[in-house]
Design a protein around this ligand. Structure first.
Ligand code: F6P
Length: 748
């Protein structure tokens, strides 16, 4: 309403200003034009009479001259005509010539002159024209009444006012009509938005909404609704709006900074073009929706070949490109830094150490030096990006074990939350690491350390107990190291619900027939899928062996069952990864040779990066999905498969050694090391009645829906908020204590 009043008043002021300014301007224009019209008339009258006047002047015929002048003065606007001689004496004149009229001296160059003579309220234009004859040298003067000029000006003013008032009136009426129509439509759409929110709508209405504000309004309403709901408890429905509301309520004005090695958007140069890639990373899949919901800054390694071309001079770029909502700050690493920090210590040392996938970890001094150096560089980047002294810093993964302690020194008031996305082994295994104390001390700079499972939290507490001079409080899962406390908590990570990639998916039946056509399969062929990074922890070889065992044990499945394995190449510089790729390709060839025929290929091994929409299409086309990780912190592929199946069909085979198996217990839980039992589980999945599939899938979908990634982030932020509150109380108490002690000290 205020908006309408403000703009209405502005429009009214503009209309008044127009009415005040335009008519005088128009009147003066018309007056000027009329004056020049009178001038032209004088010139015309003079030119017409000149010849006759010259002759009469030579004859000195006063009577005829006056008669000529009287004839000229018959023109209603011409009041009087006269002739001034060379001495400036008015020698001939018509009767109406004003008595006060005095001849003016002629101009030096003999040009006509025009001036105004005021007689009381009357204004006259005096036009003087030089007249030269052999005997005479004088000026003919013509006096025009300017009343007509004033009259035309007044008329012009009146008409302009009338036209302007008319225009303003019509425009106001039109604007009023349009406003009423728009307001009606706006109200209708707002009403629909309110209904949609009240009924817990999915936002489908937003897509068909005509007004541009309806979506925004719905978001605000939802935020408002969320801000009135409790944020804790098992029945809380977590969504981007809920997360925003938790941030606003519990951590008002908080600045969120994420640090990870992998960036959420990679720009690569492909020939002349820059191509955008979303990396195959569980971390990115989980954190990206959080950043989209909350905003902030994400600091990560700029690894794309066109990354440097797409940032500003501070190495920043707003993302997602389609709808920017947070800042990506890229950090550049040299090849040596990447080799030592990423390939070396992180992926040849900590990765196999924590995964216990029977690949020997390698620890090299040179890698450790690079790891320390790169951690320090990221610490500086965080300090550069932080706008406040107490940001919330979300440190991601095993690439940055030293970062929390470095940040604690630089930003002592920051809330540092570290999430370890991979398993944490027991103290015996972790004890292999030559720099175990430094790594643990680095992590203990965090306010909170999160793992996917309670089991990994316990392993961490045991490791701290074993190697550090620290106090571990098992009851509260709290570690006191130096003067600092760190909370150790399980936060099972998840995916957004519903996943963004689902928005553009075709119905399941269509996905099935599209994918079958793509692989040249008959409609009735049963399809199994596996999709992940080409990593030895994922158990891809074991999975292929299980399929081999199935086809050997139950040959009746030949021609009837096909397995599509999509593996995105990763860390290909490392021998363990190139070795795995070769071994898997060799194994797939062998199995295909053993069980295949001219018309049947049991295994399709596709080695390339799949975009999210392709992954979801494949999931929707499948009868079963195998996640056979030898060891995995959580595994989000399992959750994505469940989220993709809105038809509630399809069977998930899930490794007992993936964190996801703690939550998705309705999957067929398998031991990937036991090839025979996995082959039995595949058969069980192929034979599972649809009703049972639906029963299991429904339960799993409910879990993934409720325990989505917003809940994961929300719970971490709620714990962070509690910690901040507690720290503030402690600071207050210690300030009060010093105030109480001060007089005693002074007295002493
Ligand atoms: O599982 C931990 C994790 O950091 C995931 O987030 C991600 O899938 C992977 O490891 C990292 O892969 P990359 O080395 O390609 O970033």
């Amino acid at each position: 309403m205020k908006f309408i009043i403000r703009y209405g008043l502005a429009a009214l002021l503009m209309a008044v200003a127009m009415v005040l300014l335009i008519p005088p301007f128009a009147a003066s224009l018309i007056e000027q034009w009329s004056k020049s019209d009178v001038e032209s008339r004088s010139v015309l009258a003079f030119n017409t009479a000149l010849d006759e006047l010259t002759g009469l002047l030579d004859e000195h015929d006063a009577k005829k001259i006056v008669a000529l002048f009287e004839r000229m003065a018959l023109d209603e606007q011409l009041l009087a005509v006269g002739f001034c001689d060379r001495n400036g004496v008015l020698v001939y004149k018509t009767k109406e010539m004003p008595k006060s009229f005095v001849c003016k001296a002629p101009t030096a160059n003999g040009t006509p002159q025009f001036s105004t003579l005021h007689l009381g309220r009357r204004s006259l234009m005096v036009s003087s024209f030089p007249v030269i004859t052999p005997n005479e040298r004088g000026q003919m003067v013509l006096l025009h009444d300017l009343a007509v000029v004033a009259q035309r000006g007044a008329e012009a003013r009146l008409w302009t006012i009338a036209v302007l008032v008319g225009v303003v009136f019509v425009a106001a009426a039109f604007a009023g009509l349009v406003t009423i129509l728009l307001a009606r439509r706006w109200l209708q759409s707002m009403r629909r938005a309110i209904d949609d929110v009240r009924l817990g709508g999915s936002g489908a209405v937003a897509a068909t909404e005509a007004t541009p504000f309806a979506g925004e309004f719905r978001r605000l309403l939802r935020d408002l609704q969320m801000s009135q709901l409790p944020a804790e408890g098992p029945d809380v429905e977590w969504s981007p709006a809920m997360l925003r509301s938790v941030l606003a309520r519990k951590l008002p004005g908080a600045e969120v900074i994420v640090v990870s090695n992998r960036e959420p958007y990679i720009h690569n140069r492909d020939g002349g073009e820059i191509v955008l890639q979303i990396p195959a990373s569980g971390l990115v899949a989980a954190i990206e929706p959080i950043m989209r919901a909350c905003g902030g800054t994400w600091i990560a390694h700029g690894s794309g070949s066109a990354d440097a071309e797409t940032v500003d001079r501070c190495d920043r770029i707003r993302v997602p490109p389609s709808q920017p909502s947070y800042t990506l700050r890229r950090v550049w690493l040299t090849e040596g830094e990447q080799n030592g920090y990423y390939y070396g210590l992180a992926n040849e040392g900590l990765w196999p150490l924590c995964h216990m996938a029977f690949v020997r970890p390698n620890f090299r001094d040179s890698d450790w030096s690079q790891y320390k150096l790169v951690n320090a560089r990221f610490a500086q980047a965080v300090v550069d990006e932080a706008k406040r002294s107490d940001p919330i810093i979300l440190v991601q993964d095993y690439h940055f074990a030293l970062l929390p302690a470095m940040l604690r020194k630089k930003l002592p008031n920051a809330t540092i939350i570290t999430f370890w996305h991979i398993p944490w082994p027991n103290p015996e295994i972790f004890g292999i690491c030559p720099w175990k104390e430094e790594i643990i001390a680095g992590l203990l700079g965090s306010s909170v350390i999160g793992f996917h499972t309670r089991f990994h939290c316990n392993n961490f507490l045991d490791t701290v107990d074993r190697f550090m001079e620290a106090r571990t409080d098992r009851e509260h899962s709290l570690i006191s190291f130096g003067s600092h406390d760190t909370l150790v908590r399980p936060y099972p990570i998840s995916i957004e619900w519903p996943p963004a990639a689902m928005a553009a998916q075709k119905p399941v039946a269509e996905c099935r027939s599209l994918v079958r056509k793509r692989f040249g399969l008959a409609d009735q062929v049963r399809l199994g899928v596996g999709i992940e990074r080409f990593d030895y922890t994922k158990g891809i070889l074991d999975r292929l062996r299980a399929i081999d065992a199935l086809l050997s044990r139950c040959p009746e499945w030949k021609d009837k069952f096909v397995f599509v394995q999509v593996a995105a190449p990763t860390r290909s510089k490392l021998a363990a990864y190139t070795g795995l790729q070769q071994e898997a390709a060799e194994l797939a060839r062998e199995i295909n040779a053993r069980h295949g025929s001219k018309t049947y290929q049991p295994i399709f091994l596709i080695v390339r990066h799949y975009e999210p929409h392709e992954i979801f299409e494949l999931f929707r086309a499948a009868d079963l999905c195998i996640v056979s990780s030898l060891h995995d912190g959580m595994n989000l592929v399992a959750k994505e498969f469940v989220a993709a199946r809105d038809d509630e069909e399809g069977v998930l085979l899930l490794s007992n050694f993936a964190g996801a198996s703690r939550e998705l217990s309705e999957a067929l839980i398998v031991n990937p090391y036991d090839v025979h039992s996995v082959s039995v589980a595949i058969e069980e999945a192929l034979l599972m009645p649809r009703a049972e599939q639906r029963e299991r899938m429904r339960l799993m979908r409910e879990i993934v829906r409720l325990r989505n990634v917003y809940r994961w982030a929300g719970q971490i932020l709620l714990d962070a908020a509690d910690l901040r509150k507690r720290r503030r109380i402690l600071q207050l108490m210690s300030r009060e204590q010093s105030a109480v002690n001060a007089p005693l000290v002074n007295r002493a």
